[in-house]
Design a protein around this ligand. Structure first.
Ligand code: NAD
Length: 506
């Protein structure tokens, strides 16, 4: 008896044929030059769901050449903000039209619950709309106080060709945190989705074509980090790389990009703490903590995977989180009731389990879960919603990213200790605080090392608000006005408009 709420196979019909995903290069859909493909199986159902072209050096070279030539031709890079915005708005409408289709393939490739996939696609459509607003309102600066003969202009220009490298956990949302902003700025792009979840990005490519985006503005190359991502990071014709993924690969990209000094923006991992003070509303906190750790099966950069709770309320909070976690429907991601689906790969499942086993061996307790389990009729990989208690700061599970539905519970006695624990990881993506006292919340918000702080809530997100990390969680920001700035270069123009220059040579 697990005490969990299991959702067995829904018996929903799986697609008769795997989705065929190909590269989009210079406006044409292409197989790899060498014909290589890779197959993706549903993490929940174990059957093949897509067959994707597996890009090699010639494919990525061709895509970069198309993006470069298109940028230099100026068709998109010099288009008006009004025209760019009209296109982005059209894409948003098409995404909404295709929500069911995109969500289904995301669920089949990633194992995430279908209801959450639909929410993700709807959120992505909003990002395309928001970026359209930025495209029309973007402007530089003027300096009219440099003296009677001078005028200074600060122009915002597109940085050029953007290489966009995405992970598998929110494939459609994350490409939409980057691409519409790059397009609003006037960039052209080469997009590389994760080899595990290529298909929703391919559907996006189809929608971009339908919306009328000129050929070569967005190119998509499918395949692995090596060679596709690596080529984007080193190539002289790529002006910047925008990467979301693991901290380890982010560091490799920075090293690879140093040869050309191209700009690199990074959205990396997190080990996000939620600090619960004794005056917190424990029912509210418990629900948000349960959501924060089990949403997307914990395969979430923003996973609230680390609770730091005051000793006096630790037992009461853990009891609530265990009870809620038992109620969370766990199983077939195609069943609309499901809230925790499958784990992306067998290797990743083993990694999650390893963290839990090591913590147990080091003296931690397991209040719920702690093992793999496939709900009835499902042949993929699943990990039970898990709560690990009595975690000490020295255990790897306290500071490393588990990326699974596994909550680590640590305790504290005073505020300084709570802040020190919260800041003890090498990451700094997001953090949360639970207290009825606004001063406690504000003090925490000012002292915690994180790019985003939630007070009495968790993982709300808005297209308007910048998102990114400090420390080893990344550099640069996405979303909001800052998300556009990443793709812009600043050019200073100094104009003599009155009398001629004072001569230097007498
Ligand atoms: P990953 O780093 O393994 O892969 C990400 C992408 O990089 C994939 O497309 C992969 O093919 C590519 N890649 C691999 N090696 C490369 C190389 N040498 N050069 C260039 N590209 C290369 O990450 P993942 O497993 O797909 O995703 C999970 C990670 O992403 C987690 O650490 C998670 O925290 C992080 N993430 C961060 C955010 C954020 O916004 N901060 C959001 C989602 C995920």
């Amino acid at each position: 008896m697990t005490g969990l709420t299991l959702i067995p196979s829904s018996g929903a019909a799986l697609p008769a044929e795997p989705f065929r995903a190909r590269h989009l290069i210079g406006g044409a859909w292409r197989d790899s030059v060498d014909g290589a493909v890779s197959e993706r199986r549903s993490p929940a159902h174990g059957v093949p769901v897509s067959i994707a072209a597996k890009g090699g050096q010639p494919d990525v070279e061709a895509a970069i050449a198309a993006a470069r030539a298109t940028f230099d031709a100026g068709t998109w890079s010099r288009a008006s903000g009004k025209d760019r915005a009209a296109l982005l708005l059209g894409v948003a409408d098409l995404i909404e039209r295709e929500i069911d289709r995109v969500a289904l393939i995301e669920t089949l490739e990633s194992g995430k619950p279908i209801t959450q996939a639909k929410g993700e696609i709807a959120g992505a459509a909003d990002l395309w709309r928001y970026a359209a607003a930025l495209a029309r309102t973007m402007h530089g600066d003027s300096h009219n106080t440099l003296g009677p003969d001078m005028l200074g202009l600060v122009l915002k220009e597109p940085i050029g060709v953007a290489g966009i490298i995405c992970p598998w956990n929110f494939p459609f949302l994350i490409v939409s945190q980057k691409l519409p902003f790059a397009l609003a700025a006037g960039c052209t792009a080469v997009v590389k989705p994760s080899e595990l979840t290529p298909s929703s990005t391919v559907i996006l490519g189809e929608l971009l074509q339908e919306a009328g985006l000129p050929a070569g503005v967005v190119n998509i190359v499918l395949g692995y980090g090596d060679p596709v991502g690596a080529a984007l990071s080193t190539h002289t014709d790529v002006d910047m790389v925008s990467f979301t993924g693991s901290t380890a690969v982010g560091k490799r990209i920075v090293a690879a990009a140093s040869g050309t000094l191209k700009k690199v923006s990074l959205e990396l991992g997190g080990k996000n703490p939620q600090v619960v003070f004794p005056d917190a509303d424990l029912d509210e906190a418990a629900d948000a903590i349960t959501f924060g750790v089990h949403f997307n099966a914990g395969e979430c950069c923003n996973s609230g995977s680390r609770v730091i709770v005051h000793d006096d309320v630790a037992e009461a909070l853990v009891a609530r989180v265990v009870a809620l976690s038992q109620k969370v429907p766990f199983g077939d991601p195609l069943d609309p009731r499901t809230q925790v689906g499958a784990i992306i790969s067998p290797e990743h499942l083993a990694k999650i389990d390893g963290y839990v086993r090591d913590a147990q061996a080091a003296g931690a307790g397991v209040a719920l879960g702690g093992a793999a389990l496939s709900p009835g009729g499902l042949s993929g990989q699943f990990y039970q919603p898990t709560i690990v208690t009595d975690v000490t700061p020295a255990m790897p599970i306290a500071t490393e990213e588990v990326f699974g539905p596994v909550l680590s519970v640590l305790t504290f006695r005073d505020t300084d200790e709570a802040i020190a624990l919260a800041n003890s990881a090498s990451y700094g993506l997001s953090a949360g605080v639970w207290s009825r006292d606004v001063s406690t919340c504000l003090d925490f918000a000012r002292r915690v090392q994180a790019g985003t702080v939630w007070t009495n809530t968790w993982m709300d997100g808005f297209s308007e608000l910048p998102f990114g990390g400090v420390k080893q969680s990344g550099q640069g920001r996405e979303l909001g006005r800052y998300g556009l700035e990443e793709y812009l270069e600043v050019k200073t123009v100094q104009m003599r408009i009155g009398a001629t220059r004072a001569r230097w040579v007498a």
